[in-house]
Ligand binder design. Structure first.
Ligand code: SF4
Length: 338
């Protein structure tokens, strides 16, 4: 049955459950319809989160990765990248700097770098948690249940592991040696261990369909994800997808808005990838459902080397300047940083 945007929009407005077909219909919104969609998502964000924009400081502590994902500049086959790995003490010191700037969440992010064992990471987490009022989020990829357990025991609070795409075949093709089922199992294990979990997807992967984006949103819901990162695909010149088109700004924003309607309580970041795709990316995302920004506070000497995609927004700014810029954006929109 062909459904009209108006009828699905009304369903969403009344908080009714949306089917895959409903979601595809909303993702297909034309320019006029998308305006209404963004306004509704913004309203929903306000109702559930008020005007607060949560800031979470990221430190990208290693760009080594054992994986070979076709869309990522950190892939192990990229021999043009200058690899780095912060020392344990250096990382603890960088996290202390982030806390000193007033951030109450430190996000530790890396490629799948096995040098950083759960034991080594535990030392870092324990040091960060010593003050008793900082949350630690990990974004380090797929590990064993035992490792996730140890990291939780050391104090980690949250874990980000984007499922990237709900299309199992596409997942396998773009992430050789891994599969969607294992990824989703990891997320379930993390949840079982008591982590707040974050997932996310990439909009515009070659071969992706609106149907698979709708499935992504239904997976976020099924996982009851606390945080959902939605960013456009941006091709990296040293990857097999270098000649592919970028993801669309409109479709990324529509996915964000529909995700807000389906998961009103979730934390949705205005992603750096969106800010890289469009100079007003943060503002646009904050206007259609986003309520979080995660400034990249990696020390300057490493920052430009963490290139999942090129020319990442903010990679030329040191921590204080970038934070100031983001605070200005938040204030200029009448929102409050927390
Ligand atoms: S997407 Fe993640 S796992 Fe894949 S190559 Fe990049 S950093 Fe490694």
């Amino acid at each position: 049955m062909q459904m009209s945007f108006e009828s699905v929009f009304l369903k969403a407005k009344q908080g009714e459950e949306l089917s895959k077909e409903d979601i595809v219909c909303l993702l297909s919104a034309d320019e006029h319809e998308q305006k209404a969609l963004f306004e509704l998502a913004d309203e929903m964000r306000y109702k559930n989160h008020g005007d607060v924009v949560h800031l979470r400081g990221i430190i990208e502590f290693s760009n080594y990765c054992k994986r070979d994902c076709h869309y990522c500049g950190l892939r192990r086959s990229n021999d043009k990248i200058e690899r780095y790995r912060m020392e344990i003490d250096e990382l603890i010191e960088a996290a202390a700097g982030v806390k000193k700037m007033g951030f109450r969440t430190v996000v530790l992010q890396s490629g799948e770098d096995m040098w950083y064992s759960a034991e080594r990471l535990s030392k870092v987490i324990s040091a960060i948690k010593r003050d008793g009022n900082t949350a630690v989020t990990l974004s380090i990829g797929e590990r064993t249940e035992g490792e996730y357990r140890l990291l939780k025991k050391s104090g980690a609070d949250r874990f980000l592991l984007k499922h990237e795409t709900s299309d199992g075949e596409l997942f396998k093709r773009l992430r050789p040696g891994t599969d969607l089922k294992t990824r989703l199992e990891c997320l379930k294990t993390l949840k079982k261990l008591g982590y707040q979990i974050g997932s996310g997807n990439i909009i515009g992967l070659p071969g992706q369909t609106l149907g698979s984006i709708a499935e992504d949103i239904l997976i976020f819901k099924k996982l009851n994800a606390d945080m959902i990162g939605i960013g456009p695909f941006i091709p990296h010149p040293n990857t097999p997808l270098k000649y592919s088109n970028r993801g669309s700004l409109e479709l990324t924003l529509k996915t964000l808005a529909v995700t807000r309607l389906v998961l009103p309580k979730a934390n949705l970041p205005a992603t750096t990838a969106l800010a890289t795709l469009h100079p007003a990316g943060y503002e646009l995302a904050l206007s259609c459902g986003a309520n979080v920004i995660m400034p990249n506070l990696t020390p300057m000497k490493f920052k430009s080397r963490y290139q999942i995609y090129p020319k990442k927004a903010g990679s030329d700014l040191e921590a204080l300047k970038l934070t100031e810029k983001i605070l200005n954006i938040i204030n200029s929109m009448g929102r409050k940083a927390a």
